[in-house]
Design a protein around this ligand. Structure first.
Ligand SMILES: Cc1cc2nc3c(=O)[nH]c(=O)nc-3n(C[C@H](O)[C@H](O)[C@H](O)COP(=O)(O)OP(=O)(O)OC[C@H]3O[C@@H](n4cnc5c(N)ncnc54)[C@H](O)[C@@H]3O)c2cc1C
Length: 425
């Protein structure tokens, strides 16, 4: 029997270690030195590097990569279970070598890079000796790649890139920028002359590429292959975001339940008020619906490919935004006035829900993908009535019993009577 919702004991031990490590090492670090895991400050690094070493010693570094690329090769299902823990702690993805946007860029390099490109960029990115950013969206429109204009022109031994990108996350911090052009995906060192980073937005950068010259071997994958590479990158990124969202909504749920048992109002603990119970019951069901969707998608990727699982990945994308919005809102509401402050993580978690519905592609586009792909398995009904139109189905079914009904008047009369009664409802 292949349907199994249990975790094998050996891997459960790893999960238990991760849970304990995150709670006792990463959470205190995040509270006292926020942002240390991403900093180049030597004192911050001295705090963070030993933690990374512990993760490496445990064989848990760069979890998303296959074994031959230096990761543990767990596959997506185990990664989902790990991310259900890591997603709860701000810097855990960085300390486990799985932080976006580097992960997606590494996936592209692993899949499409030449040996030289892997040596130059993939391995340093894996070791966090280098950081990267992904420059795809343009100011005039993000959802439709056909609107992108950034273009590379070959000039002798160089490519010359011109264009403008918007919302390149952590572009200011990156050593290399993966720039999606209309005719290919290019790797551009940030210090290259002509890379102009605007003052704002501060975190997700607006970047102009003005006559940026890079060597020919900075084209990643085939010429004109940018959309294929982008899909490869974004498919993985979306499912990893969804895995971490499961962690976030469970965290909000834990806060909601603890608070419901801790406060009184109108003579009883608020957990005894039915509308609070409804909030808890709905959240419980929605979180588990999301979790099972994500785990099933991860299992599908492991057993086929990211491409095969694209409908499920798209469904995870908009479902996680919705569940995050609903559950964090309820948790915040049950927390009362305290929930509206930044004295608990809830306010920030709730505020991140609209972002979740836009980053990695707006929900609408993913809903269109799901609907289109699902409809490929259907056809219009052939005549006037739908296939499930019962009078027609009954007429057809009667043919199966034609001989029986013809030879037994009583049975035929009873069948007519029963059918008339069924049609009256
Ligand atoms: C936190 C965050 C991080 C990001 N990081 C990066 C990054 O590192 N690199 C990068 O290149 N980009 C990044 N982005 C940009 C992201 O990819 C785009 O925001 C996204 O693709 C949407 O593009 P847009 O913002 O131009 O919105 P638009 O395309 O202008 O869409 C706006 C609205 O129009 C409607 N809409 C658009 N298309 C459709 C449709 N087909 N059907 C129905 N309604 C539609 C929807 O209501 C949508 O919300 C990031 C975004 C966020 C929020």
């Amino acid at each position: 029997m292949a349907w199994d919702f249990s975790t094998d004991p050996e891997f459960q031990e790893q999960l238990d270690w991760v849970e304990e490590f995150c709670r006792t090492e990463i959470e205190p670090l995040d509270l006292v030195f926020p942002g240390a895991a991403y900093s180049r400050n030597p004192k911050a690094k001295a705090l963070v590097d030993p933690l990374k070493q512990q993760v490496k010693d445990r064989g848990l570094w760069a979890l998303f990569l296959d074994e031959e690329l230096g990761g543990p090769g767990f596959g997506q299902l185990k990664l989902a279970l790990l991310n259900e823990i890591l997603g709860r702690y701000g810097s855990a993805p960085a300390i486990f070598g799985t932080a976006a946007p580097d992960t997606g860029n590494m996936e592209m390099l692993a899949a499409y890079g030449t040996e030289e490109q892997k040596r130059r960029w993939l391995y340093p990115l894996m070791n966090q000796e280098m950081f990267s950013a992904y420059s795809m969206t343009e100011p005039q429109g993000g959802s439709d790649p056909n609107l992108f204009q950034t273009h590379a022109v070959r000039d002798g031994e160089e490519w010359v890139i011109n264009g403008e990108k918007w919302f390149t996350s952590a572009g200011f911090h990156a050593d290399v920028l993966f720039v999606m052009c209309t005719n290919g995906m290019f790797v551009v060192p940030r210090e290259t002359p002509g890379v102009e980073i605007m003052d704002y937005p501060a975190m997700h950068n607006h970047i102009r590429y003005n006559d940026v010259r890079i060597p020919l071997d900075h084209l990643l994958g085939p010429e004109d292959g940018a959309k294929v590479l982008a899909q490869r990158r974004l498919g993985g990124g979306r499912i990893h975001h969804a895995m971490r969202t499961v962690a976030q909504v469970k965290r909000a749920f834990d806060m909601m339940c603890e608070r419901a048992l801790s406060r009184e109002s109108h003579g009883k603990v608020i957990a005894e008020h039915q509308m609070v119970q409804e909030a808890i019951a709905d959240s419980y069901a929605e979180i588990n619906q999301l979790r099972l969707l994500v785990l099933w998608t991860a299992w599908t990727i492991d057993n086929s490919s990211t491409q095969e699982a694209r409908t499920q990945i798209a469904a995870c994308k908009y479902t996680c935004a919705k569940v995050l919005r609903e559950v964090t809102y309820r948790a915040l509401h049950i927390m009362g006035s305290l929930g509206t402050t930044n004295l608990t993580p809830l306010q920030q978690m709730w505020a991140s829900a609209p972002t979740m519905a836009i980053a990695d592609g707006v929900d609408e586009v993913h809903k269109v993908t799901v609907s289109r792909n699902v409809l490929k398995g259907y056809e219009p009904h052939p005549g006037l009535w739908p296939t499930e139109y019962l009078p027609a189905k009954r007429e057809e079914a009667r043919k199966k019993y034609a001989d029986l009904l013809a030879g037994d008047d009583d049975l035929a009369a009873w069948a007519d009577h029963a059918q008339r009664r069924a049609m009256r409802g």
